[in-house]
Design a protein around this ligand. Structure first.
Ligand code: MG
Length: 190
């Protein structure tokens, strides 16, 4: 059985390096636990909007950001546990293709073992999941999680920035521990 995993916000925690860059560029101290929007452009940080949006585009296009990020809490344990339970694991990410090399190097350097990584534009992950025949996905984007629910068991990993979003078809996971508990049980009774 195949499990599709989002990278950013699920395996990779970009928030600390993004916060550090906001501090360097704008002199504003902001903690990711207070970020209540999935789309950072909607954050109210009191910054000029056009400058902040340009900064975000530049930041998320920079391979160095991804190289300096750390894995999310519990991700390494979670991947190993899912593998032990018999899952095959692929990444399904909206990172653009120019980040493919830094992505593979980062996964390897942190011992995160995926069979493959599929890069696809935002909003198209469900098509990839259907084509690959994935049984379950883990995602932190509530909109993407809802569309994935049409083609597989779609799980939304709980984050400060997706807590206010209602999901109807996707189900929430509290943590990687929770993910392992639910997905390994799914495998056991399949
Ligand atoms: Mg994500």
């Amino acid at each position: 059985m195949l499990c599709g995993l989002d990278l950013d916000g699920v395996l990779c925690d970009l928030a600390p390096p993004v916060a550090a860059r906001i501090a360097r560029r704008f002199g504003v101290a902001t903690h990711p636990s207070a970020w209540t929007r999935y789309d950072l452009r909607e954050l109210e940080l009191g910054l000029p909007r056009s400058a902040f949006v340009a900064f975000l585009d530049e930041t998320f296009g920079d391979p160095a950001l991804y190289a300096e990020a750390h894995p999310t809490d519990g991700a390494a344990y979670g991947l190993a546990a899912l593998r032990d339970a018999g899952w095959r694991l692929v990444g399904i990410t909206a990172r653009p293709a120019h980040l493919a090399d830094v992505t593979v190097r980062w996964l390897r350097s942190h011992g995160l073992d995926l069979d493959d990584v599929h890069h696809t534009p935002l909003g198209t992950k469900a098509e990839v999941a259907r084509r690959l025949g994935v049984r379950a996905t883990v995602e932190d984007n509530p909109v993407e999680a809802e569309s994935l629910a049409a083609v597989c068991d779609s799980w939304l990993l709980d984050r400060p920035y997706n807590r206010r979003d209602l999901v109807r078809r996707a189900r929430r996971l509290q943590s990687w521990d929770d993910a392992v508990g639910r997905l390994c049980q799914l495998e056991l009774f399949a």
